[in-house]
Design a protein around this ligand. Structure first.
Ligand code: N0T
Length: 514
């Protein structure tokens, strides 16, 4: 048996071990409906994702397809997808679209949807039934759990000795949309009671929800309900097959009211709650569509939570967030959403999200300039995977430096190492290229690998003003099988300004003279 995929805490951060080796998922997530048909996958997905240098695909598995009638399972999609992934040399993170998908219960099978007595709905503040099976409905949790067990058992059976599935996301963007909490009768009675002990201890509060949490009570009430429900499901899976289990978050957005973002979903402030109430969940993952990448990454990497980004916006400017994610936050997964569009329908990449979502949000993209994001993504993934061994080594030695343009007014930054100040000048932001972002790996006192896109840089001596920095070797190149292979040597005009435009790696060896 191979060593199963796992997340491990190290003294300098987090590692994801896959086949016993450190792994970073350079991924993409599929559109919601793509994995419902194997022919579609064969014709309209695999040919378009295999040339993007991905090593991981995030693919949904649907309850309605897996158990069309109660107790009757159909594993053909699951088996087919794993086998297709193997043919394409791709790892998988499977997304369990069970009881909840973006808040609602749209992926439950017919027999669940129509039996509203057994699988009762949450009610909004006006007493109207919602399209959401309540997270307080025990029967529903048990039914999902039973199916999830079958699903995980099947994964184990196929995959244990040849791991393709390296993680499972339990549900998708859970939380209650359109109401701050469930106002059903059952919910109401629980809401009025004393809060559970573990919750009371965690926040050092007491009384009923209103007494304990004041005006924030509805969201805490829902968060507890969802964390409890999802933990039971994840726990059942983990008992069978111990790989990482995740939840993903529809993050808070303006006007920051629960119900505008799914209430009770795993937003950053609830990570401590999830860690306590849902210990079988290994990490809480942010879906990042907003422009403040750094703010979100920072929040989610706090609380001892490894940073994995299962959904990321698709526009060209922000695609270089991948460098900062890896360099600054030791991210273990980066995945733009709707990845099959990148080569098939590049024009759709003018939006931050998929066309359907852009429409829902009423964002007009007609004035946006079109550039194909894929060439940048592809190149970034190629060089980052090539440099993987070095990145891991430098992470351990704390020799990774990273920078990114945070807004249009910023012109550059300085990275301080022991011997040098490295001056980074950001290239002007354009609509058609990624914003400046990069990683610097220090491999010796005087040797650096510079990775990234859209910036110029120079080295200044830290000794004193009369000291100068000279260049011994400056080249572009690539890591092939973990070894640096230099290509063009950069000297003369090419070294006068040291710069990187398209995603690239450069190596530089310096000396100081005075
Ligand atoms: C995502 C995706 C998919 C600042 C939307 C994002 C996916 C789900 N939801 O295409 O449905 O399954 O997790 C919701 C927030 C997007 C807009 C944020 C604008």
């Amino acid at each position: 048996m191979t060593e199963l995929s796992k997340l491990v805490r190290t003294s300098t951060g987090w590692k994801w071990l896959v086949d016993g080796k450190p792994f970073i998922a350079y991924g993409g997530e599929l559109h919601n409906s793509s994995a419902s048909n194997l022919n579609y996958m064969e014709e309209k997905v695999w040919p378009y994702v295999k040339d993007l240098n991905l090593n991981t695909l995030l693919v949904p598995i649907y309850w309605e397809k897996l158990e069309p009638d109660e107790g009757n399972f159909d594993f053909s999609l699951l088996e087919g997808i794993i086998s297709q992934a193997r043919d394409n040399n791709m790892k998988l993170i499977l997304l369990w679209f069970g009881l909840w998908k973006n808040g609602i219960s749209s992926y439950t099978p017919k027999w669940v949807k129509t039996d509203t007595t057994r699988f009762w709905r949450a009610k909004d503040m006006y007493g109207k039934s919602m399209d959401v099976i309540s997270p307080l409905c025990e029967e529903a949790i048990n039914a999902d759990k039973k199916t999830f067990e079958k699903f995980v058992t099947k994964v184990k059976e196929i995959d244990e000795n040849n791991q393709t599935v390296i993680g499972i996301q339990v549900q998708n963007e859970i939380g209650l949309l359109g109401s701050d909490r469930d106002y059903s009768e059952t919910a109401e009675s629980i809401y009025q009671k004393e809060i559970p002990d573990d919750l009371a201890k965690l926040y050092n509060v007491s009384g009923n929800y209103d007494e304990a949490f004041g005006s924030n009570a509805p969201e805490y009430f829902m968060a507890y309900a969802y964390a409890q429900a999802v933990n039971q499901i994840a726990e059942a899976g983990k008992k069978i097959y111990k790989i990482p289990y995740f939840v993903n978050s529809w993050i808070e957005k303006y006007p920051w009211r629960p119900g505008v973002h799914p209430s009770g979903g795993p937003v950053a402030k609830f990570i401590p709650l999830w860690q306590k109430i849902a210990p079988e969940i290994d990490a809480v993952l942010p879906d990042i569509y907003v422009s403040d990448f750094n703010g979100v990454a920072n929040e989610f990497a706090m609380y001892n939570n490894p940073l994995l980004i299962p959904e990321h916006r698709r526009d060209v400017q922000n695609i270089s967030n991948v460098f900062y994610a890896i360099g600054k936050y030791q991210a273990l997964c980066f995945a733009p959403f709707g990845i099959e569009d990148f080569l098939k329908d590049p024009e759709s990449l003018t939006g931050i999200a998929s066309p359907a979502v852009m429409k829902t949000l009423a964002i007009d993209t007609s004035a946006w300039e079109f550039t194909n994001t894929s060439e940048y993504l592809k190149k970034s993934y190629e060089i980052l995977q090539g440099a993987q061994t070095l990145i891991e080594k430098c992470r351990e030695e704390n020799k990774v430096y990273s920078f990114m343009r945070m807004n249009e007014h910023e012109r550059g930054s300085i990275i301080e190492t022991e011997e040098y100040d490295i001056k980074i000048a950001y290239h002007p932001t354009t609509k058609t290229a990624p914003k400046s972002s990069g990683i610097i790996l220090q491999t010796a006192k005087n040797e650096f690998y510079i990775i990234g896109t859209s910036f110029s840089y120079s080295f200044l001596s830290k000794k004193n003003r009369s000291y100068q920095v000279g260049i011994l070797d400056y080249e572009e190149g690539n890591f092939i099988d973990g070894k640096w292979v230099g290509e063009r040597t950069l000297n003369g005009d090419e070294r006068y300004f040291m710069r990187i435009d398209m995603p690239q790696i450069q190596r530089v060896e310096l000396y100081q003279y005075g």
